[in-house]
Design a binder for this molecule. Sequence first.
Ligand code: RI2
Length: 315
Amino acid sequence: MNILEKTFNDIRRMKVRGAGRIARFAVKALEEYCLTLDFSSKEDFVRKLEEAGEYLKGSRPTAVSLPNAINYVINNFKREAYNLEGEGSLKDSFKRWCEDFIEKSSNAVKNIGLIGSKRIRDGDVLLTHCNSEAALSIILTAHEQNKNIKVYCTETRPKFQGLISASILSQNGVDVTLIVDSAVRYFMNRVDQVIVGADAIAANGAIVNKIGTSLIALAAKEARSRFMVAAESYKISPQTFFGDLITIEERPKYEIVSKDWLSKNMNVKVSNPSFDITPAEYVDAIVTEVGIFPPQGIFILYKEMYGFSFKDVLQ
Ligand code: RI2
């Protein structure tokens, strides 16, 4: 199995998971792949990288951090490669863009922690769902600032990523309570703020995140608890500006029930969507590496960072 196949399988089987992590993992794999590539011309090198990128994008469909990261390194490299010749300089250039993304992505998570932690008050009770590096960055930064916080972590069925969050927070000395997903409303009256990550942010400010997030947002709104999303800017989906919908990944049913149970209950249909969509009106703030935005203002951030203009599209 080559590096691309191994990376594809590790992402598909969630051996490596989390929207930011899979983006960095895929870019690292492309970097390693490029160093081993034999090619006949610059065009051939670019074509092989593009094919590898397209292949890796297919490993999981929802987190737009994955295609955005791959497009970032390939498009920037292509612009630079225009003026480059020779195997060494082409490979060096691509490698630099990969490292640039990995560094920017890691710094973004740290900055989200610094910016978002300003919104955490001493004594706050927080709730988080699943396992988001960006969300945990805010919570851990607030804890490092000696703010006295308590955190509820949901289990996050069916893959139990909430246990990873509970374990990380506890190892860092945070006061953590693990709860089952269906206990969220029971505890919500004690919660000041919910903090979750995102796999994708749509043009209208809707958040795509781990299944169950939208129910938690609904409970938070009803209980008047604040709902904060922590997400790097490369989780904004450019395609949604043009009307495309974000694909929600359907995971294997055996993540929910055993093969044995299913064989005894052949007429039971099992559905296992991995993500859901939280409407913008349930979200108080999106914390990115460059600042805090209301969900409806996410277009401004995208335009500012990537220079997107409606005029370009309509001409
Ligand atoms: P960070 C995860 O997806 C969760 O939905 C999490 O909230 C989101 O990615 C963002 O995570 P999965 O890979 O990028 O567990 O903030 O399905 O780490």
